[in-house]
Design a protein around this ligand. Structure first.
Ligand code: ATP
Length: 273
């Protein structure tokens, strides 16, 4: 959770501590909130966030997923819920639920057409994300997974300041340029006193379907420097697979994904304690 003493904007901020952090509504109780972040776009942050949520749900936990990536919301498609729209009861929004029972909230559940862009300035986007926490009827959840806003911009800052995050999982690729940008997100989290639970290296390799050889698509790059410099755990490596790539469209990829994410989610739970 954000701490005013260490907040990056503490020298200029004039708000009360309470004004900064938001509280979930009286009908919801959320035990753990895990953010999935990456300073760099397109590295698989949303895919990983959904895979973590699915794995936790399969283990029997009550799970929600909050799509804070308001300008590029992909959670509805990744969960196969893109044709659904959210309903509301009085001032509360009801999350859309998968058949398995994962509760999700995304801006795309509120717009008429999923491909309509939101052309909003940062503060409006930030407020929307806060409302996804405060005004959604989450009910009782063991875990809320937050697909964090992209980059290290003001929306990401708001989420770190406002939502009582228990920790962040950083998603990276084995490429120096990506690591460098993810490092900015790690440093931002540290400045905001949000614990970084560890790093998931996505698209680490591909396996040749003919000979089974592992091929490092991004050459010799790896995340070792990032891990070493910031004393972070490697939570796991995910290969580039057709199953992962078609998560938003294909049925039947869950078994593969579940096997890949079982040890990763176990590691996250261990670090969370
Ligand atoms: N391990 C993987 N193997 C194959 N394809 C993958 C893998 N992980 C992600 N992808 C694909 O990469 C693309 C980007 O993934 P995703 O949308 O999850 O990234 P993101 O970091 O959330 O992007 P954005 O920055 O736009 O929010 C998607 O098409 C997804 O299907």
């Amino acid at each position: 959770m954000a701490d005013c003493n260490n907040c990056a904007t503490s020298t200029t901020c004039t708000k009360d501590k309470e004004a900064c952090q938001v509280v979930v509504n009286q009908f919801s109780k959320i035990d753990r909130i895990i953010g999935v972040m990456s300073g760099k776009g397109g590295v698989g942050k949303s895919t990983v966030a959904v895979a973590i949520a699915k794995r936790l749900q399969r283990q029997g936990y009550k799970v929600g997923i909050l799509d804070a990536d308001v300008t590029g919301p992909s959670v509805p498609r990744l969960l196969g819920l893109h044709e659904q729209r959210a309903k509301h009861v009085e001032e509360y929004i009801l999350p859309v639920e998968t058949m398995e029972g994962i509760r999700a909230m995304s801006l795309n559940f509120l717009v008429d057409e999923e491909n309509s862009p939101v052309i909003w300035r940062g503060p409006i986007v930030s407020n929307m994300v806060k409302q996804f926490y405060t005004d959604v009827f989450w009910g009782n959840l063991d875990y809320l997974v937050v697909d964090m806003p992209p980059g290290t911009s003001d929306v990401a800052l708001t989420v770190m300041q406002s939502l009582p995050l228990h920790g962040l999982v950083m998603v990276t690729l084995p490429q120096d340029m990506v690591s460098m940008i993810v490092e900015k997100a790690v440093q931002m989290a540290r400045k905001m006193s949000v614990p970084v639970l560890g790093v998931i290296e996505n698209m680490s390799y591909i396996v040749c379907p003919d000979c089974g050889k592992k091929i490092n698509l991004f050459g010799d790059g790896n995340s070792d420097n990032l891990l070493y410099r910031h004393q972070l755990h490697l939570l796991g490596e995910i290969p580039m697979t057709q199953g992962m790539a078609s998560m938003a469209s294909a049925a039947g990829t869950d078994a593969e994904m579940d096997a890949l994410f079982a040890p990763i989610v176990e590691n996250i739970r261990k670090v969370l304690g």
